[in-house]
Design a protein around this ligand. Structure first.
Ligand SMILES: Nc1ncnc2c1ncn2[C@@H]1O[C@H](COP(=O)(O)OP(=O)(O)OP(=O)(O)O)[C@@H](O)[C@H]1O
Ligand SMILES: [Mg+2]
Length: 409
């Protein structure tokens, strides 16, 4: 099988920046040929707070991925956190203008314009309007109404609004690190590629990405993304609780959490004694690994309860048939699925990419970006000539807009 393309995905997370280089084969299969990770410096709760440190982290992670792939990375797909994007469903209605009642492109433009009328908070701007279906004289489910006959044209659309400044900062960091951004991929959509089956997406499922600084909840139904919600909590909170509770540094608390942490009590046979250094580095104490659970469990229960509130808000009364799927670094915590099941009252599945070398839920987003980009080729249509006449931001912004237009088709 020969290579068709090479795609790079960058997941700029709160804890780590992960770069994955994927080789797309002619049969559509993906081989992972490069992986790079660098601790995230300069990101808080999914938002860039320090440009230079973020650029440094991007440079380190991409250099590592380049070394492994044995080739230079030039352009990338980057993830955006759902907190930067809001989805609002809206309907637009217009009367068909032509005397012979044939619907024209102008009518479609007008009806999409009508769907843009929503109440907007000051800091948000409309990024785009994505038509989900058109309705002609009451007949729904129409994908392209141009050329049809009708009197009344309606559109059921999803309006995407974004905090423009955060998106600009993201593009800027990647540009400063020397890479061109092909398109931005909503993290939820990337995770959906890695973690969910077609059936789950069709029947309805909640996907929860438990990250370091954010917890992203996405509802998929009828084959597509229906709703997202981002909570500004994550694994860093657990580390913080441990650092305060054990009176030690954040770094040591993080190490202890990953090595010995558990969301459920340890069976007595596996209990261990752990030595802890105080903040000053002098005092050394010993605790039992079982003590960690008393700090970790309440925070995880709280996080799951907050997720459950969001789930109830999004799905109204009952959980969809696909239940809940978990991914992201925190999902590796021992005993977490059991705890999640007891809070949600349904079965919970863990999901991760199934490729050698990236078989971990920490890679779900970056790997998903490669799948998403390889399946949605339309997002890479823009030619080089056009780019030289426009600024980088204008080009990328246009790409993002055309990309989003493909998402909720
Ligand atoms: N084995 C483990 N047990 C418990 N927690 C873990 C484990 N491995 C990683 N984590 C935690 O997962 C978090 C990082 O997860 P992930 O890499 O998915 O986050 P991120 O993508 O960088 O952040 P975000 O998505 O919030 O922007 C950290 O808080 C880390 O401590
Ligand atoms: Mg993440």
């Amino acid at each position: 099988m020969t290579r068709r393309d090479v795609i790079t995905g960058i997941d700029i997370g709160t804890s780590n920046i992960r770069v994955i280089v994927g080789e797309i084969m002619t049969d559509g299969n993906v081989n992972i040929i490069g992986v790079g990770t660098s601790p995230s410096e300069g990101i808080k709760k999914g938002i860039i707070i320090d440009l230079e440190r973020t650029v440094d982290s991007i440079t380190k992670a991409t250099a590592e991925a380049e070394r492994m792939a044995g080739s230079k990375i030039e352009n990338v797909y980057a993830g955006i956190v759902g907190s930067h994007v809001s989805l609002v469903n809206n309907r637009g209605v217009v009367a068909v203008t032509r005397d012979d009642k044939e619907i024209t492109e102008l009518d479609v433009e007008r009806v999409l314009q009508a769907a843009r009328v929503i109440a907007l908070p000051q800091e948000k701007e409309i990024i785009d309007v994505i038509p989900k279906e058109y309705i002609v004289d009451g007949y729904d489910g129409i994908r392209d109404p141009v050329g049809m006959l009708g009197v009344r044209l309606e559109v059921e659309a999803m309006v995407l609004t974004g905090t423009i400044t955060s998106l600009r900062n993201l593009l800027r960091c990647i540009g400063m690190a020397g890479f061109e951004v092909n398109a931005l991929v909503l993290n939820s959509l990337a995770n959906g590629e890695t973690c969910l089956s077609r059936d789950e997406k069709e029947l309805g499922v909640f996907l929860i990405d438990l990250g370091g600084g954010t917890t992203e909840i996405s509802l998929f139904q009828q084959g597509g993304l229906k709703d997202i919600s981002v909570l500004p909590i994550g694994g860093d909170h657990i580390t913080n609780d441990l650092a305060v509770g054990l009176r030690t540094t954040f770094q040591l608390a993080e190490r202890i959490k990953i090595e010995y942490g558990s969301a459920v009590p340890e069976p007595s046979s596996v209990k261990k004694e752990i030595e802890i250094e105080g903040i000053s580095g002098k005092e050394i104490r010993t605790i039992s690994s079982d003590d960690l659970f008393t700090y970790i469990e309440p925070r995880i229960i709280e996080t799951m309860q907050l997720c459950y509130q969001e789930i109830n808000r999004m799905s109204f009364s009952k959980l969809p048939p696909g239940g809940v799927v978990l991914t992201g670094g925190v999902s590796l915590m021992r005993g977490l699925p059991e705890l999640a099941e007891s809070v949600f009252g349904c079965s919970v599945r863990l999901a991760q990419p199934e490729y050698l070398g990236v078989k971990s839920p920490i890679y779900s987003t970056a790997v998903g970006m490669i799948h998403y980009a390889s399946r949605n080729k339309t997002i890479r249509k823009i030619g080089k000539k056009q780019e030289s006449r426009e600024g980088l931001f204008a080009v990328t912004w246009r790409r993002i807009k055309s990309f989003f237009a493909d998402i909720w088709e």
